[in-house]
Design a protein around this ligand. Structure first.
Ligand code: NSS
Length: 431
């Protein structure tokens, strides 16, 4: 009986005959020998088919194989330091599962729209494969980090009655005789959960109808949102720097091969250790003005502004104390300077900009009621949220980390679209 193995574990089978099930990635031939690059989803290996050593049927089958044909192959594993994976397979038997039609993605260059139209196939390429594995590791690291710190995972709903992050980016849908919105954030529900469990987080998809086309915006993205009772914004920032450093170190340890495929300069990632620098919004405005920006105090930072600020530092930087005016209704104002909030954004280096937004929440009922009014938000859908300030209200803080922005930075991508397996972009919902 030949054992079926995954290429990821091939090192344990040197000298044995094994069975691999996968796809043909690429092929070279020199008449009497065919070199098949086979992938099985976990790894790749070169299979060598020697005419004089296999049956005529097997050699013929190898010849017929087209790019991305599915196959079952048997062979003896040999160490081969010169090859990509360090191993080679001397093929003994080969069965075609399906002979693929002419594959639309070839090793030559394709335009990005062409590739996005074929995202379902593009995912098989080395680069996209590497990005998704880094994404997977970031999620694993997230779970591990919060588990180790006794956080409880609480899932937030996706269909919601209220807007949280501004009314202009809402996706609206019918909810029987009512209206509903796709969730922009799980935060309000996490605030309720934090009052029930102390330290919680959610990790799920969130939706924003962003009408501008930028390399930093998706219509659907995944967010990690911790919320902690009895946490100040300083405690909140400490948790963020620990979490972000933890993720980066985890990826450095577990994804060296992927980072190499992505040609990522890892020396820059090695700097990502606490403490992260902290600058106030006031200081940020000064820095920006010195760099020739015409930003005035009171305006939100744009993508370009974030890039300038972040490029001053070799690791992520916190900008805290944003103007109350530009921030969402739930931010707690600074006790001595009510024109700024006890909140911060975390900007990633190398031009990536904001990956986290967070802060301390208003715990006081009256102030929160006043803010809802100022923001012209209807009272009814938030009544339950106001209850949290009626029954044992406590100081509490939390934040949201955008997963795709984090993947994009850690992988060194030029655009967020590659950080999502099936990105939803302005004017694109296919495939
Ligand atoms: O709007 S945020 O700054 N903050 C919130 O939604 C809070 N309610 C989170 C919380 O405190 N629980 O978004 C948080 C992060 C932001 O830093 C980005 O990394 C990411 O979510 N984000 C996005 N990623 C991709 N595409 C879009 N459109 C996007 N918008 C925000």
């Amino acid at each position: 009986m030949v054992e079926r193995v995954y290429l990821k574990h091939i090192a344990q089978h040197v000298g044995s005959e094994v069975e691999i099930r996968g796809w043909l990635f690429n092929k070279r031939s020199s008449g009497k020998i065919q070199f098949l690059i086979i992938r099985d989803g976990t790894e790749m290996i070169q299979g060598v088919v020697v005419k004089s050593e296999v049956s005529p049927e097997v050699f013929e089958a190898a010849k017929r194989l087209t790019q991305e044909s599915s196959l079952i192959v048997r062979g003896v594993v040999r160490e081969e330091p010169r090859s990509l994976s360090g191993f080679e397979l001397t093929v003994t038997d080969l069965e075609i599962v399906q002979l693929a039609e002419e594959y639309p993605i070839t090793p030559k260059e394709h335009g990005v729209e062409y590739l996005l139209d074929r995202r379902h196939l593009w995912l098989r390429s080395r680069r996209q494969h590497a990005i998704m594995l880094v994404r997977n590791e970031l999620i694993k690291a997230t779970r591990k980090f919060f588990d180790e710190r006794d956080f409880v995972l609480i899932d937030a709903p996706i269909l919601t009655p209220a807007s949280v992050e501004g009314t202009t980016t809402l996706f609206e849908t019918d909810y029987f005789d009512d209206k509903a919105y796709l969730s922009q954030t799980g935060q309000l529900y996490m605030e309720a959960a934090a009052m029930a469990f102390g330290k919680v987080y959610c990790f799920g998809p969130t939706f924003r109808a962003e009408k501008s086309k930028t390399r930093r915006h998706l219509m659907e993205f995944w967010m990690v949102e911790p919320e902690m009772a009895f946490y100040s914004n300083d405690d909140n920032m400490k948790l963020q720097e620990e979490y972000v450093s933890y993720m980066v170190q985890h990826v450095l340890e577990n994804c060296s091969k992927e980072l190499e495929i992505l040609e990522r300069d890892t020396s820059k990632l090695k700097n990502v250790v606490p403490p992260f620098p902290r600058i106030s919004y006031d200081e940020a405005v000064e820095i920006l003005q010195k760099h020739g920006s015409d930003i005035k105090w009171g305006e939100d930072l744009g993508g370009g502004d974030e890039t300038i600020i972040a490029s001053q530092f070799d690791r992520p930087v916190f900008v805290h104390g944003y103007p109350t005016e530009v921030k969402a209704f739930y931010f707690k104002p600074h006790p001595e300077r009510p024109e700024i909030v006890l909140g911060s954004d975390l900007l990633a280096p190398e031009g990536y900009g904001e990956i986290i937004g967070g802060g301390e929440r208003i715990a006081d009922l009256e102030l929160l009621e006043q803010r809802l009014e100022e923001h012209k938000l209807p009272r009814e859908p938030y009544e339950w949220y106001l209850d949290l300030r009626r029954y044992g209200s406590v100081p509490h803080s939390g934040f949201g980390l955008g997963l795709e922005r984090t993947v994009s930075w850690i992988c060194g991508l030029a655009h967020l679209r590659e950080a999502s397996p099936f990105p939803r972009l302005l004017n694109r919902i296919y495939p």
